[in-house]
Design a protein around this ligand. Structure first.
Ligand SMILES: [Mg+2]
Length: 257
């Protein structure tokens, strides 16, 4: 067990949403936000002097709707959208990406037409293809999209939990966290990033590279040096952090090594 100090003035906290703060639902729109989560995050936001951000694959508008009335600094679509502590929103110009993306979107639309269990979720500079309702279609989807993405260096194909996503290759959760750390109130703080999925690995790596901590929620291989068993345990730790002046991640988070 390794103790991770979590003081109010030294650390910046970056949190993934699905599978981390909220349990994964059968459909991305069906996620249940636990009753106390919004007030807990609000308290932690103030404890950390505002150095709290959501770093998600979802669009920022969706994160806002789940956490209303809370409006936190956030990176959406794995960093393609980025909203700083002042509320300024930066988005990748999708006119650059759109022409490269169009034929791949078309291929995904054809897959969805042929297989009604698939769900296509369009985003600003990419898309997510969900196959949770039909896991056996994974290979077909991957083999259809991967060759097209490989021919397009500006794009990457990422695997998540029953979802694959086409995203801009130059941007990921790691670059999003690094961007936050260049701005107030995140600058100069030790980053702690907590996530659950393959798409969070770049965030764990960046946080640890910058002298901070990566915490993986749930099982599976990860570069993160710390573990948390599930979203409920993480929510309990966050609530505890609100009521403890110098809370530590120990006791909840086992050292993974
Ligand atoms: Mg997640």
């Amino acid at each position: 067990m390794q103790k991770i100090p979590f003081s109010t003035s030294q650390h910046a906290l970056f949190l993934d949403f699905d599978g981390t703060l909220a349990d994964i639902a059968p459909h991305p729109g069906a996620v249940h936000v636990h009753a106390s989560l919004v007030s807990t995050l609000h308290s932690i936001y103030h404890l950390l002097g505002g150095a709290l951000a959501i770093v998600s694959g979802r669009r920022i508008a969706e994160i806002d709707s789940f956490l209303t009335p809370l409006v936190l600094p956030a990176a959406g679509e794995h960093g393609t959208q980025w909203r700083n502590a002042q509320g300024e929103l930066l988005e990748l110009d999708d006119q650059v990406i759109a022409p490269m993306l169009a034929p791949i979107v078309h291929a995904a639309e054809q897959l969805v037409q042929q297989h009604g269990e698939l769900l296509l979720e369009r985003k600003t500079a990419g898309f997510a293809l969900h196959y949770r309702m039909a896991p056996a279609l994974y290979t077909l989807c991957w083999n259809t999209l991967m060759p097209m993405v490989q021919r397009t260096p500006a794009l990457a194909l990422m695997r998540g939990k029953y979802v694959m996503e086409v995203v801009p290759s130059a941007i990921d959760k790691g670059t999003a966290i690094a961007s936050f750390l260049q701005t107030a109130p995140f600058a100069g703080r030790i980053p702690v990033f907590i996530g659950d999925d393959v798409t969070d690995e770049s965030g764990f790596a960046k946080a640890q590279e910058l002298g901070g901590h990566g915490v993986k929620v749930g099982a599976g291989p990860s570069v993160a040096l710390h573990r948390c068993p599930n979203p409920a345990a993480l929510r309990a730790w966050l609530e505890q952090a609100v009521h403890t002046p110098q809370p530590r991640l120990s006791g909840l988070l086992a050292h993974a090594a």
